[in-house]
Every structure is written in structure tokens, then in C-alpha cells.
Design a binder for this molecule. Structure first.
Ligand code: 3HB
Length: 327
């Protein structure tokens, strides 16, 4: 080895040692709205364990599930100021702030959970994440999801006519609100953890929900008609505060990014793996089940497209990608 190379290596080693010495041990805070038993929450805990282990005990992550730190709008604000370090967020709040994300909720963009996961792993979906630092000050590390959306209702829904005037709970965001308004229903925005009581006390007649939450939060106890419609996918995004990101060393960024991405991938595969069994379990409950497809909602879809093709220019590219990934 020549002298110059040895010297360069020695300087590099000293720099590395110095940066390790000055690297700050951190206890990051990660917030999410889902209850502790939801897979987003259990994978957030698993991410915390992995990061602790891979940083040789230097970094830890405290996970705050069940909206302990506030709703998603409040968490996004905290992420922007750096008061919160990380979160697993539905795309709902993000799509309210970056309309292009609304394209992910195009009705029947995907055929089911496998197709949804393929689309979320694509470069086109990754392009959306690139918009986040400049537009909301968050670093979007990758996607997770839950299962496809269904409609659970007190009264049977056999055609779109039956939806007219129904007070129907939605996650609070615009693309889904526009879809249900177009069906003739009266959308009632409400966070996940308020849904059970709202159904129980008659505040809403129906809810937009996924199989997993219908089961784990026992919504079927309060409404026994299920429209298996698979009408939209429901992505999640793992984020780090842009402010916090800027303070991190390149090494820590890399560690956080790869570790979080791995656990988000576990969420995608987890929901892919659970879907069929959950559908079977739900079909085994004492529910009146009706199935729906794009034809069922055709007029509402035309109306939705008219608004969102303009609001979310990424819709076209996502559709093309979804078409390529259709199997
Ligand atoms: C929702 O319906 O708002 C929701 C459902 C989930 C996870 C997060 C939000 O399974």
C-alpha cells in the first residue's frame, strides 16, 4: 500500500471515529393512529426493536399508537416543526395537502391487495414520495397499506340507489369524500377510533372500512350488512420529519431508511397474506353479504374521474403502471 493511500485511510478512519463519537444517541418518537393490535402498530414496534439493535443500542424509538399524540393533521404539524420525529400515516392527510396522492384512491385502480402491493412497490408510486420533502417537509421512506375498502352498513345496500342519503363514515380526506358524495351518500368524516361508538349510537348508518379493522375492532357487532366492493386501496406511508432528517448523519439516515423500509415491506406482505383468510372469516360471520364491482358504481366513478383527473395529474401515470402490473 503506498503512503498516500495509507494516509488517506488513516484520515478517513479518524474522521469516522470522530463522527461516531459525536453522533448523538437519540430516542425518536413515532406516532400513529391505529390501535396497538393493528399491524401498523405492531410493525412500528418491530421497527423500533430493529433500529435499537442495528444501532448497537445507540438509538431507540418510542411508539405512540392510538392517536396518543393527536390526529394525523396534528401529527403532520408536529413532524413539520420537528416536535415529532417519525410517523406511519394513512395517505389521507397527505392527499389533503398534496392532491397528486389522491390518485392512489382512484376507484378500481387496482384489483385487490396483491395488485395494490405491486403498485405501491413501483417506481411510479415512489415518484409521489419525492414530492413530500418540498411540499410538506416530510421524508417519505416507503409505503405500507391495509386491505381494500368495503362498506359495512346497518341496512342492506344492493344498488347505488340504496346509498342515497346514508350517513356513511369515511376517513377524513377529499378523494374518498368525493367518491361517496357521487354515490349519493352523505359522507361523515371520522377518525378510526371513533367509529365503533358512532355506529353503536346511530350517528352513522354505514362505514367505509377494511376487513382487518372490521374484525379487530368488531364493527360487525353493530351493523350486519357488508358490501364486498374492494373499491379502493388504502396505502400508508412511513415518514421522518424533514427537520429531524437534516440533523442526522448520512449513516443514521441510511440505517433509518433501510430499517423502516423493511418493516413497511412487512406490512405490505402481511396484508397480502392475511387478506384471503380475513375474507373467509368475515364470510363465516352472520352477515348479509352483497358483492359489488366497478359496474355497480359506474356513475359515481365517472363523476370522480372528472374531478380527480385534473386535481391529480399523476393519475394517468399511475393507471398506466397499474395496467402494466395487472395479472
Ligand atoms: C380508517 O378507516 O380510517 C383506517 C383503517 C385502518 C388503518 C388506518 C385508518 O385499518
Amino acid at each position: 500500500m503506498n503512503r498516500l493511500k495509507t494516509l488517506t485511510l488513516a484520515v478517513a478512519a479518524t474522521a469516522l471515529a470522530a463522527s461516531t463519537l459525536t453522533a448523538q444517541a437519540r430516542d425518536f418518537r413515532l406516532g400513529l393512529i391505529t390501535p396497538p393490535q393493528h399491524m401498523w402498530s405492531t410493525e412500528a414496534e418491530a421497527f423500533a426493536d430493529s433500529l435499537h439493535e442495528r444501532s448497537d443500542g445507540e438509538h431507540s424509538v418510542s411508539v405512540f399508537p392510538a392517536q396518543q399524540l393527536g390526529n394525523e393533521a396534528q401529527m403532520v404539524q408536529q413532524l413539520q416543526t420537528g416536535a415529532l420525529d417519525m410517523a406511519f400515516l394513512t395517505i389521507a392527510e397527505i392527499s389533503n395537502r398534496i392532491p397528486d396522492f389522491g390518485a392512489l384512491y382512484a376507484p378500481y385502480l387496482v384489483d385487490g391487495v396483491d395488485h395494490a402491493a405491486r403498485l405501491l412497490r413501483s417506481d411510479t408510486a415512489a415518484e409521489l414520495l419525492e414530492l413530500m420533502p418540498a411540499e410538506v417537509g416530510l421524508v417519505g421512506v416507503g409505503y405500507g397499506m391495509v386491505g381494500m375498502r368495503q362498506v359495512l352498513s346497518r341496512d342492506p345496500i344492493e344498488s347505488m340507489d340504496d346509498m342515497r342519503g346514508q350517513r356513511l363514515r369515511i376517513t377524513p380526506f377529499e378523494p374518498i369524500r368525493d367518491f361517496y358524495t357521487a354515490t349519493g351518500a352523505a359522507p361523515a368524516p371520522m377518525p378510526l377510533l371513533e367509529v365503533y361508538d358512532a355506529l353503536a349510537n346511530g350517528q352513522v348508518d354505514a362505514i367505509d372500512m377494511d376487513f382487518d379493522s372490521i374484525l379487530i375492532l368488531k364493527f360487525y357487532e353493530q351493523a350486519n350488512n357488508l358490501l364486498i366492493s374492494n373499491h379502493m386501496m388504502f396505502p400508508m406511508v412511513g415518514v421522518v420529519s424533514g427537520r429531524v432528517w437534516r440533523e442526522l448523519s448520512a449513516e443514521d439516515r441510511e440505517l433509518i431508511e433501510t430499517t423502516m423500509a423493511e418493516h413497511l415491506e412487512n406490512v405490505l406482505t402481511g396484508f397480502q397474506e392475511m387478506d384471503a383468510a380475513q375474507e373467509e372469516e368475515i364470510r363465516g360471520l352472520d352477515l348479509n353479504i352483497v358483492e359489488a364491482d366497478a359496474e355497480f358504481f359506474s356513475e359515481a366513478i365517472v363523476e370522480w374521474e372528472a374531478t380527480w383527473a385534473e386535481k391529480a395529474p399523476m393519475l394517468e401515470a399511475l393507471r398506466e403502471e397499474a395496467e402494466r402490473l395487472r395479472q
